[in-house]
Design a protein around this ligand. Structure first.
Ligand SMILES: Cc1ncc(COP(=O)(O)O)c(C=O)c1O
Length: 394
């Protein structure tokens, strides 16, 4: 291949997602039980589909404002004020997915050579964006022990210094389910305030939290404790809590001074999210609490079904995660999770995500999305059990 027709060096050197690598080997293969992506096995609830279709029928098929339609921005401000702190529509920015929200916030705030600290293991899409922009990523790893995944707060505080431009935290975390405590958030916010460091909080799983007060599933968030003048940006998505992965709709809660810049970036990236998708999003926020409640209770039941069954398998260690929708379990003696997951697909028809996809600290682990029916989880467990038995005989 001619070197003149290649992408920029940093993009060329970038590894494709290992989750996709496994999925590409198995997507379309008949009979594969797939738990590799972070999405439920059910279609978007009818109430939300209806709202989208009614908008199309009403002829709302045109471009929209860069920052989102006013009713959705107002609904986001009301939702966020109810859950976290007082927000106005001007704080809220509508994006074409949570992924898009992450990308434009990073574009708005990062220069080449800026230093970014990220708590890992984490969804790889959070760490690759800064690299695309020429920024440098430094990771602080959670550790796994008897209490599950834990953060060494001192280690994180030490890693954030005068040279740091941004801290990225995803809590509840994909893939581990680890959720940052309020005390840790307070210490980190105070430290970042002192040094002028931006916090990019990925709150995609804030509603998928199993330890909150009954009926009000929401994890502790930086958004609860921040002030308007803080350098805090929260990114979020309709994909998870309302089961709208394919709709591609997300949002940002940002300081007022940042939103014009985000609007410019939206213009030059996607220009706007579709109006009919935004209408469905507005209904999710104003009428969709039952959807969230039912989904969280279904997820909790799935988690409580899957985790003990995984632990009963020989060589498997898994602890119930406090949030998100993944079992991230250790397999004794397994040192190449990508090869292991490829083998599970090709020989046993089981689709899981390799731990190494989430950073080197994820090696030796496997991620299983449990947003699935118990019948489907049982079928997957049977296949995993068969694979482990075969390996132990080999
Ligand atoms: C941690 C995290 N943040 C953000 C997203 C973004 O989701 P979407 O792009 O579907 O809105 C995901 C999706 O898996 C995720 O796991």
């Amino acid at each position: 291949m001619s070197p003149n027709t290649r992408a920029r060096g940093v993009i060329d050197a970038m590894q494709a997602s290992k989750i996709r690598e496994v999925a590409n080997a198995g997507m379309g293969v008949q009979g594969v039980q797939a738990f590799w992506f972070g999405e439920p096995d059910t279609v978007t609830p009818a109430l939300l589909c209806e709202a989208g279709m009614a908008s199309i029928r009403a002829g709302e098929t045109f471009y929209a404002q860069n920052l989102g339609i006013t009713p959705l921005r107002q609904a986001l401000a009301a939702y966020s004020s109810r859950l976290h702190r007082s927000r106005v529509a001007e704080n809220m920015v509508v994006t074409s997915s949570g992924m898009h929200a992450i990308a434009i916030v990073q574009q708005a705030l990062l220069d080449p050579m800026d230093q970014v600290v990220v708590v890992t293991p984490v969804w790889p899409n959070l760490t690759e964006g800064p690299k695309i922009l020429g920024a440098q990523v430094r990771t602080v790893a959670l550790t796994f022990g008897a209490q599950g995944w834990q953060l060494d707060l001192d280690k994180l505080i030490d890693a954030i210094d005068a040279k740091t431009r941004m801290l990225i935290v995803n809590s509840p975390n994909n893939p581990t389910g680890w959720t940052m405590s309020r005390v840790q958030q307070q210490a980190i916010l105070a430290h970042c305030r002192k040094l002028g460091v931006w916090i990019l909080a990925d709150d995609a799983y804030e509603r998928l939290y199993f330890e909150g007060e009954p009926g009000v599933a929401v994890a502790p968030c930086f958004e609860d404790i921040a002030h308007e003048q803080d350098r805090l940006v929260s990114v979020n998505t309709f994909s998870k809590a309302w089961q709208m992965t394919g709709w591609r709709l997300g949002w940002i809660s940002a300081p007022l001074e940042l939103t014009d810049a985000l609007g410019k970036l939206i213009e030059f990236n996607t220009s706007s999210a579709p109006v009919f998708v935004q209408r469905a999003g507005a209904v999710a926020l104003t009428e969709g609490e039952d959807i969230v409640r039912q989904f969280v209770s279904r997820l909790k039941a799935s988690r409580d079904f899957l985790l003990p069954a995984l632990n009963a398998l020989p060589g498997v260690t898994a602890l119930a995660p406090p949030g998100a929708m993944y079992a991230f379990f250790k397999v004794d003696g397994m040192t190449d999770s990508l090869a292991f997951c490829k083998q599970l697909v090709s020989q046993h028809g089981l689709g899981l995500a390799p731990g190494a996809a989430f950073g080197p600290e994820g090696e030796g682990y496997v991620r299983w999305c449990f947003a699935a029916s118990q019948d489907k989880l049982s079928a997957g467990l049977e296949r995993l059990s068969g694979a482990l038995a075969q390996q132990s005989r080999a």
